[in-house]
Design a protein. Structure first.
Length: 211
């Protein structure tokens, strides 16, 4: 009986050793991190909206807006809201819309040199809380000024991201055409005071996951 038990233990041990020997685990170090030029296609590419597209479209829209006399040649700088609230993604690409609207607003604010004023409407709750504390005397009035109301806006950015997809069932290649529109709406009349559009198309055997 003892010999049978020892033989069984020996057999199990041999099987475990054999199994461990057959399993190959790659413990080698991964590829070192490499900084890439965000304006150029990187090593990992697909048919979606990527960094170079975001930078190209916002740069083009900024230049176009700053060359529009209805916006930058006014005696009093117009107040503009640029955020993603009315900027919709109707495309099949996954993208954080704030990357487009934030980059456009920040670059415009830097380049406009006071010719445009930007209203932070998405932070209205924060502003109202601070104004209430000041008027209740909980905090002092600050060092800038006191106004009867917060800033109203003249224009607001609206826009869409749209796409058209096609796939070759033989080669599994995918093609995606993107159309990104930007427009400014007059917040009194509801008319368009400026419009811009950016288009591009990509083709690849797409196996990239965008997050």
């Amino acid at each position: 009986m003892r010999q049978f038990v020892l033989t069984g233990i020996t057999l199990i041990g041999g099987l475990l050793l054999t199994g461990c020997g057959a399993t190959k685990i790659d413990n080698s170090a991964g590829r070192a991190t490499v900084y890439e030029d965000a304006r150029s296609p990187g090593k990992i590419q697909g048919v979606g909206v990527e960094s170079q597209d975001i930078m190209a479209v916002t740069d083009q829209m900024m230049r176009d807006m700053l060359s529009n006399p209805q916006l930058v040649n006014r005696e009093i700088a117009p107040r503009i809201i640029i955020d993603s609230e009315y900027f919709t993604n109707e495309s099949s690409s996954r993208i954080n819309k704030n990357m487009l609207t934030d980059r456009l607003r920040i670059n415009l604010n830097r380049a406009a040199n006071g010719r445009l004023t930007f209203v932070g409407r998405e932070f209205a709750d924060m502003v109202e809380k601070e104004r209430e504390l000041k008027r209740m005397g909980v905090v002092d009035g600050g060092t800038i000024r006191s106004t009867q109301a917060t800033a109203g806006a003249d224009f607001r950015l609206v826009g869409r991201i749209m796409s058209l997809d096609a796939m070759d069932t033989r080669s599994q290649e995918r093609s995606r055409y993107h159309q990104i529109t930007f427009e400014l709406i007059d917040l009194e009349l509801g008319t368009y005071v400026w419009s811009g559009m950016y288009e591009f198309q990509k083709t690849a055997q797409d196996d990239i996951i965008y997050r």
